[in-house]
Design a protein. Structure first.
Length: 198
């Protein structure tokens, strides 16, 4: 039973990625506004109804996280050593996440830069990961108040978003990673009094 469920989830993830890849090719070639859902479905070899089994809207193809993204975050959090300072853990997890999802971030930002529709509706990257980080922080660092834990998470996510907004996607994932680390380092120095309470 478990194996069957695992295979089913793998197949669903593969279909999600196939639709996403087909849409991305069309968006980059012709522009987001010029491509229809029917054209995306045809390019991916699925029906429009199958498209809607995976994505609620055309915008969702650009902004919804890959099915593996949640696993990436949870895996990175689980890998942090016990007793590590919360800010260090947050910084390393967010940098690891950027490395993992960087290629998609390049495409997303390029599409947003040329599409008025996407520029106006872009979903904040931080909204997808903030809640999980806050839950993890409260469990891993019970000695911190909920306020302190949430504040550190929000500072780290804000540093990530600031780096993303300043980043030129033509400079690649390595440049984004370096900018994220720089923003996290600067934010950590500014939050030093709070970090001392861990």
């Amino acid at each position: 039973m478990a194996r069957a469920q695992g295979l089913r989830e793998q197949k669903k993830a593969a279909t999600w990625r196939s639709i996403n890849a087909a849409a991305t090719r069309l968006f980059l070639d012709r522009g987001y506004e010029a491509v229809s859902i029917e054209e995306i479905a045809a390019a991916a070899g699925v029906s429009p109804s199958t498209f809607f089994n995976y994505f609620t809207t055309k915008e969702a193809v650009v902004f919804d996280p890959d099915p593996g993204d949640a696993t990436t975050i949870s895996g990175l959090l689980a890998a942090r050593p016990p007793g590590e300072a919360m800010w260090t853990s947050l910084s390393e997890v967010l940098i690891g996440y950027v490395v993992a999802v960087g290629p998609r971030a390049v495409i997303q930002k390029r599409l947003k830069s040329v599409s008025p529709t996407l520029a106006a509706c872009g979903r904040a990257l931080g909204d997808r990961i903030r809640e999980g980080l806050e839950t993890w922080g409260a469990e891993r660092h019970p000695g911190m108040s909920r306020l302190e834990s949430s504040l550190l998470v929000n500072l780290a996510v804000t540093a990530l978003l600031t780096a993303y907004e300043a980043w030129d996607p033509d400079t690649g994932v390595a440049a984004l990673t370096a900018t994220v680390r720089d923003c996290l380092d600067r934010t950590g120095k500014g939050a030093a009094p709070l970090l001392e309470t861990e």
